[in-house]
Design a protein around this ligand. Structure first.
Ligand SMILES: NC(=O)c1ccc[n+]([C@@H]2O[C@H](COP(=O)([O-])OP(=O)(O)OC[C@H]3O[C@@H](n4cnc5c(N)ncnc54)[C@H](OP(=O)(O)O)[C@@H]3O)[C@@H](O)[C@H]2O)c1
Length: 302
């Protein structure tokens, strides 16, 4: 688990919150909540990570043995696990967060998951007198460590207004985009926009290298023009060097593109380049790159 880079926090009354899932993203996000002065109880499936987190951030941070215990008494329960099934396993069931939450409390899910599971858990929450906001994030590991994530939310406006200033502890923008599921759909839009771009950047760099150009110099120039992108600024140099041992894992990207392709089948959207890039990522997985950063798409071209 990584430490965080502290920042200034909005001054709001301290809340009692829980955080479930202390991975690459969740660990630093929960850390910012504690640094912002909130009382944070964490849960992680692998308990050693929760103990290490509590040693770094407690008090006010502490850890619990189950999601249910972590969620007991919390005003807001944040969550960031892997996929739909992981999410159901920490939220539902006898030891799940919903079983421990007090009436009126809000569960904010930062997992990148399907819009369907968001709607399913929102309905389940409503039946229990709870609220559910789907809130996937963009900004990567660095965004989580710096407390500068972008959060795309779906759900009830009143519940959103309650969580917004608290989620601001680890974010630079927290925005409600519509009803339950809208946050996940917006994240799918984000991933479609990234997938084709990373392939384009890969082709550009591989082409330039074959042409014998000094590609750092070339990116330095074209990065100040219309070809500029976050991927070029943050990944161009490491793509030239062939370094991928960090960042947003290819396995996660394939999960996300799978969600996009499922949703596109339902809503009729045509996403041919995204479908192709998804298959290119399957090649990277086969080449041993399951945990490499998504910029590793370029290895197919070298
Ligand atoms: N990394 C990024 O740059 C990034 C950026 C944007 C969005 N995301 C999304 O954020 C989510 C988390 O990503 P991450 O990079 O933080 O992943 P990660 O480092 O692999 O962490 C996953 C976390 O979920 C927990 N978990 C997984 N399955 C579980 C289960 N069945 N029951 C209980 N806990 C479970 C893991 O617990 P253990 O410690 O026990 O394994 C761990 O705490 C994913 O949906 C990902 O797509 C990631």
């Amino acid at each position: 688990m990584s430490s965080i880079n502290t920042r200034t926090y909005e001054s709001i009354p301290a809340q009692t919150v829980a955080f479930l899932g202390l991975g690459v993203m969740g660990g630093p996000m929960a850390g910012h909540l504690a640094k912002a002065g909130h009382s944070v109880t964490v849960y992680n499936r692998t308990a050693a990570k929760a103990e290490a987190w509590a040693a770094e951030f407690g008090p006010p941070g502490r850890h619990a043995a189950t999601p249910r215990e972590a969620a007991a008494g919390a005003d807001i329960v944040f969550c960031c696990v892997g996929n739909d099934d992981d999410l159901r396993s920490v939220v539902l069931g006898a030891d799940g967060a919903f079983a421990g939450m007090k009436k009126g409390a809000v569960l904010v899910d930062h997992t990148t998951a399907s819009a369907d599971v968001a709607r399913e858990l929102s309905k389940a929450a409503e039946a229990l007198g709870l609220h559910f906001i789907d809130a996937p994030v963009s900004g990567g590991q660095a965004g989580a460590q710096n407390g500068a994530l972008t959060v795309m939310c779906g759900g009830d406006a009143a519940a959103f207004e309650r969580i917004k200033p608290v989620a601001a502890s680890f974010s630079r923008a927290v925005t409600l985009l519509g009803e339950s599921g809208a946050g996940q759909l917006a994240k799918m839009v984000n991933q479609i926009a990234i997938a084709g771009l990373v392939q384009g950047l890969s082709e550009a760099i591989a082409f330039g290298q074959r042409a014998g150009l000094d590609m750092e110099a070339v990116l330095g120039v074209i990065g100040k023009g219309a070809a500029q992108s976050w991927q070029m600024d943050n990944r161009g140099k490491t793509m030239i060097e062939g370094k991928f041992d960090y960042g947003f894992a290819v396995d996660w990207m394939r999960k996300d593109l799978g969600l996009v392709l499922d949703e596109a089948k339902r809503n009729g959207a045509r996403v041919p380049v995204t479908a192709l890039v998804d298959q290119f990522y399957a090649d990277v997985q086969q080449a041993g790159g399951r945990r490499w950063d998504t910029s590793s798409l370029i290895i197919r071209l070298k």
